[in-house]
Design a protein. Structure first.
Length: 349
């Protein structure tokens, strides 16, 4: 009997040992992953981003350059459209460039420390490292990490699943989910080259101000131009009508909607009351005659579909030819982002 017990004991120990050898330690994998992503002196990557939140799904192509310690160049272009937006960080500051509108905003900001995005793999590595409740599992040739988000929309999309290739230890995809774990954003990495460094001059903002397509061949007319000239320009007119967007958040109640017309420009003002009152203003986005940097307060904020500007009391952005502005002394930055990302064409009447 004792010999059988010994045999069984040896067999069980062998099985446990083999099992342990076949399963990687979460701490060891995380250390290797973080070291590889965060310690690289520079990188280039290409990815696609699909946003499913807020209406019809949209796909974007993303290109990122990063050279340590502070140089970034990110371009986000909507697939199938000649419309892009770029964010550049160099020694002069942080710039957000929208070529189709001839607009450039300059920030004195520590972006991307406060308002990052999952396609910046250094920040993604920090997400995994900082999450004390991080869960890792192995699936075929991948490590799967379930982690909390730390980006600008962490209140409305608090969960993310990061898939890492076992062999290369590089990220393959990131799925960002809402509070009931429904997929809202999916980032798929197509190509990542670690160790690539670019000279400081390559991050000059002048390299990111090229106009896109034929939309920029004719500047938008100013209010001094004749009505006949505006009508002749058709869709290029800055005063074109737009459909009103409303926030879709269950804690907001609209109490007033006004339409103000001034110099041919229509502006819609929505007022929301309650414990956290706020005001939403929207109007047709205008196009500048010349692209000159405009200094603005606050920080760049990545809303997924566009890059806006956020302060402690306001957030502004442009999307699909509409300029939006939200003001509130009661909403936190995260709550303002939640309102902004929920804006959609609908009716609250």
């Amino acid at each position: 009997m004792s010999k059988n017990i010994v045999k069984w004991f040896i067999l069980v120990c062998a099985i446990l040992l083999l099992s342990a050898c076949g399963t990687a330690s979460q701490e060891k994998v995380l250390k290797k992953v973080n070291g590889k992503w965060a310690d690289a002196k520079g990188y280039e990557l290409q990815a696609t981003m699909e946003i499913k939140a807020g209406g019809e799904p949209r796909k974007y192509d993303v290109t990122v350059w990063h050279t340590k310690p502070e140089f970034y160049r990110v371009e986000v272009m909507e697939s199938g459209k000649d419309v892009s937006q770029r964010i550049v960080r160099n020694t002069e500051g942080v710039f957000v460039v929208t070529p189709t509108l001839n607009k450039m905003y300059k920030f004195q900001s520590d972006w991307p420390k406060k308002n990052s995005q999952a396609y910046l793999i250094g920040a993604l590595a920090e997400d995994l490292t900082e999450d004390k409740n991080l869960v890792m599992k192995e699936e075929d040739a991948n490590y799967i990490f379930e982690a909390a988000t730390r980006n600008s929309y962490k209140n409305s999309m608090p969960h993310q699943v990061v898939t890492v290739d076992k062999k290369t230890l590089l990220p393959k995809s990131v799925v960002i989910m809402n509070d009931v774990k429904e997929e809202q954003i999916r980032i798929t990495f197509k190509d990542i080259k670690l160790g690539v460094q670019h000279a400081a001059k390559e991050y000059a903002v002048e390299n990111s101000t090229e106009t896109d397509g034929k939309q920029n061949e004719q500047a938008t007319p100013t209010k001094e131009e004749s009505q006949d000239d505006k009508e002749a320009l058709g869709s290029e007119v800055e005063y074109k009508e737009f459909q009103t967007h409303y926030p879709v958040v269950n804690w907001a109640k609209m109490v007033d909607e006004q339409v103000v017309r001034e110099d041919g420009l229509e502006r819609v003002i929505l007022t929301f009351n309650g414990e956290k009152p706020f005001t939403v203003m929207q109007q047709a986005a205008t196009k500048e005659m010349m692209m000159l940097p405009v200094s603005t307060s606050g920080d760049p904020v990545d809303l997924g579909f566009t890059i806006g500007a956020i302060t402690d009391t306001s957030i502004s952005w442009e999307k699909d030819g509409v300029a939006f502005f939200i003001a509130s002394s009661k909403l936190s930055r995260e709550e303002m982002v939640e309102v902004a990302t929920s804006m959609t064409i609908s009716s609250m009447k």
